[in-house]
Design a protein around this ligand. Sequence first.
Ligand code: ZN
Length: 266
Amino acid sequence: MRPVRLCIGFVLGIGVMSCSSVPGTNRDRLDLLPRSTVDAMGQEAFADIHANGKVIDQGDQVRRVRRIARRVVEAGKRRYPGAGLEDYEWEVVLIDDDSANAFALPGGRIGVHTGLLPVAQSDDGLAIILGHEVGHVLAGHGGERLSQHLLIVGGTVIGAMAIGDDDETTREVALAALGIGSQLGIVLPYSRLHESEADELGLFIAAEAGFDPDQAIGLWQRMAKEGGGPAIEFLSTHPDPHRRIEQLQALLPKARAIRAQSGLAR
Ligand SMILES: [Zn+2]
């Protein structure tokens, strides 16, 4: 289902239209909720992750991830000024989990599984992953997925949210929309679109930060091999590996030029 058609369908069906444009790609995005609401949900989901006790927030490994994340976020702000990245107090943690995975939540919260580090291999690989995650935040994918779920499940959830009912179903739907929790089949094709968009934005952001975009090919090939483990976002939502590599290869000339212009290439 294409987003524009979703918006049009919403107009015809309910008589309200709420779309906005994704920075960098200019795609029409479904946008039914205020960003403050979506960000608060992301922060709540992140607090849940903290509460499960597997978060590592000190030591050399997390310092390395944070150092690279800082460069990537700063590059994202430079490349897409006014798109909202500067509004967040970014928080980046490592999560003690063997699966090769990372995730980003609305509100500027990023988690990297320890199992991702050997697959990322280098600072460049890690920067491309972190760029991808910042890309999800930049593009407002969490809010768009939440909006889609609202369309799918309709008034029940809207009503529950309006009266502040902290009912388990509402919570489940919100978490699923943010990519944490069970997934509804109808959302999956759209998530692949989100993944491609985050790949594009992330590649350019990592290049702007001075990292080597050519490392993206080997990185996503290694990630595809790792697929299948329990995961928050890569679980059945990642793009077809061949198409993903083709798309990245087509973006590389522009990414290399961005890196050269940044003056930060090592
Ligand atoms: Zn992703």
